[in-house]
Ligand binder design. Structure first.
Ligand code: PMP
Length: 400
């Protein structure tokens, strides 16, 4: 049966992890993984999550199946967190929401829904570059994927002219995938004015914006600030979709906790959309996992845990922001690099697109035992007070 099954290419990020594990060097650093690390380079479980777990344990909860659309109180809290308490579409009961398997599962369910209900041939536009899984998720769902210009390697910033030009040239009614905040892999986000321009174009072109928000609160430390684009689009009256993940901001990575939501034009339309989301989910995985949603639900619905979460979000994002400053400072002031490194602190979120070329990344790996993807992306969470100077030294050595 499997004679014709060819070896698939390894995921580039997993490949970096494997190479790191095999390296016998004592002093070696992994800057590839998209997961938060504390200042000792260790994984971090949020205290609000630990407290929620203790409460759940003491409540002796059962393990019954969740409904197809998941835990209702989690869904309500998740959309409130995303769209805001005073959200118009929320107050008007126009948001269909289903708990799903973190950000990836939410995107996949959303993609399957779009494939079924949008006119055949509708294209999905994703930024160039984007999180690699976006392309595969939409293609696997049978959608055609196109790219719009996003990153400008000359400035290490946003190519807003290219972005607008490509979206203007896209067919009316296309799906536009947008990273709501902390673009992965570049760390480059549109400014508020630029978001307004993208929104106006979306209205003019009758686009369906599909926002992927995997870092709300994790980028700036302020969940409202990080929801700027999302709320701008949601309040505009457009129909749109949102894939939400609690992997990074609540540190629930392996618990697979997230939600897909669809803004509709009326409660009646919402009911129809929700009925079809259920049909998509039923045949994919029947119902979502219980534990992560229970934890997130406890945190978001308990004022004490909620404020603890917000302070932990500030601490995590603050450490990342400090590491950006420190990396830039070492490069510019300790090693007197002649290059510009302002993009390190201009970019936000977990990732930094360093501007290093693949050959420089290879050199850093072989000479300094520092591991990152060949596109020059590092996870800033992998930096800490003990290794940041060494990393700066390596960056300088291969770029001078
Ligand atoms: N979207 C983006 C842009 C991401 O960076 C990630 C995490 N790497 C995800 C979605 C989804 O991650 P998860 O499925 O773990 O929530």
């Amino acid at each position: 049966f499997w004679a014709n099954v060819q070896m698939g290419p390894a995921d580039p990020i997993i490949g970096v992890n494997e190479a790191f594990k095999k390296d016998p060097a004592e002093k070696k650093y992994l800057l590839g993984v998209g997961a938060y690390r504390d200042d000792n380079g260790k994984p971090y479980v949020l205290s609000c999550v630990r407290k929620a777990e203790q409460k759940l344990l003491s409540e002796n909860v059962d393990k019954e199946y969740l409904p197809i659309t998941g835990l209702e109180s989690f869904n309500n809290a998740a959309v409130k967190f995303a769209y805001g308490e005073n959200s118009k579409p929320l107050a008007e009961n126009r948001i269909a929401v289903a708990q799903s398997l973190s950000g990836t599962g939410s995107l996949r369910v959303g993609a399957a829904f779009l494939q079924r209900f949008l006119p055949k041939g509708t294209k999905v536009y994703v930024p160039k570059p984007t999180w690699g899984n976006h392309i595969t998720i939409f293609k696997d769902a049978g959608m055609e994927v196109c790219e719009y210009r996003y990153f400008d390697p000359r400035t290490n910033g946003l190519d807003i002219a290219g972005l607008l030009e490509d979206l203007k040239a896209a067919p009316d009614g296309s799906v536009i995938l947008l990273h709501g905040c902390a673009h992965n892999p570049t760390g480059v986000d549109p400014s508020k004015e630029q978001w307004n321009e993208i929104l106006n174009l979306s209205i003019k072109k009758n686009f369906l914006p599909f926002l992927d928000v995997a870092y709300q609160g994790f980028a700036s430390g302020n969940p409202v600030e990080d929801a700027y684009s999302l709320r701008l689009f949601a309040e505009s009256g457009l129909q749109m979709m949102l894939a939400q993940s609690f992997a990074k901001n609540l540190g629930l990575y392996g618990e697979r906790t997230g939600a897909i939501s669809v803004i509709c034009s009326s409660p009646e339309e919402k009911a129809r959309v929700l009925s079809q989301l259920k049909i998509v989910i039923r045949s994919m995985y029947s119902s979502p996992p219980l534990n992560g949603a229970r934890i997130a639900d406890k945190v978001m619905n308990d004022p004490e845990l909620l404020s603890l979460w917000y302070s932990e979000l500030k601490a995590m994002s603050g450490r990342i922001i400090d590491m950006r400053k420190s990396l830039r400072d070492h490069l510019e002031n300790d090693f007197n690099s002649k290059l510009k490194w302002n993009h390190i602190t201009d970019q936000i979120g977990m990732f930094c697109f360093t501007g290093l070329k693949p050959e420089q990344v290879d050199r850093i790996r072989s000479e300094y035992h520092i591991y990152m993807t060949r596109n020059g992306r590092i996870s800033v969470a992998g930096l800490n007070t003990k290794n940041v100077k060494y990393v700066a030294e390596a960056f300088h050595a291969v770029t001078k």
